[in-house]
Design a protein around this ligand. Structure first.
Ligand code: NI
Length: 169
């Protein structure tokens, strides 16, 4: 496993649409292992492959609480089969937009289909933080960031702030 560099806004690669994965093989599992290690190191609760510059439809996640055992999850070619009309707000952040947090409103519940680490197709319902996180990460696969859900003014302010941080570092 290896730590990878996380792309930060306004890196244009974050706007790329990621490609469907043909099959889950050892090379893809190695990518997922690297992604998970990079996510834990950051630390974060979700990471899409494009955030380390790999335009594949792959997501890793661990939403276990701090005192709970690690619970890594892997999503290859995830699809949303159904989304609730009911929405819920959540204050989101993103490893590619450090230190920016803002409220985004998304469907409260979704039904998912994806391939797991073994390449098995799984259908699963998501709600709460899981629903927020998978929708946030799936946006990355379309080149969409959570700040794209905010007003133009807030989005521009966020990018400006991140650029300023980068310069100061
Ligand atoms: Ni993100």
């Amino acid at each position: 496993m290896a730590l990878r560099e996380i792309l930060i806004v306004p890196d244009p690669r974050l706007k790329q649409v990621s490609q469907t994965v043909d099959k889950v093989d050892d090379a893809l599992r190695a990518l997922m292992d690297d992604m998970l290690e990079t996510m834990y190191d950051a630390p974060g609760i979700g990471l899409a492959a494009i955030q380390i510059g790999v335009p594949k439809r792959v997501i890793v996640m661990d939403i276990a609480g701090k005192d709970e055992p690690k619970a890594p999850r892997y999503f290859v070619n995830p699809e949303i089969l159904w989304a609730s009309e009911e929405t819920a707000p959540y204050e989101e952040g993103c490893l590619s937009i450090p230190e920016i947090y803002d409220e985004v409103e998304r469907p409260a519940r979704v039904k998912l289909r994806y391939m797991n680490y073994q390449g098995e197709t799984v259908e699963e319902d998501a709600e709460g933080l899981f629903a927020v996180c998978i929708q946030h990460e799936m946006d990355h696969l379309q080149g969409v960031l959570f700040i794209d859900h905010l007003s133009r003014l807030k989005r521009e302010q966020a990018v400006k702030k991140v650029k300023k941080q980068a310069k100061a570092a």
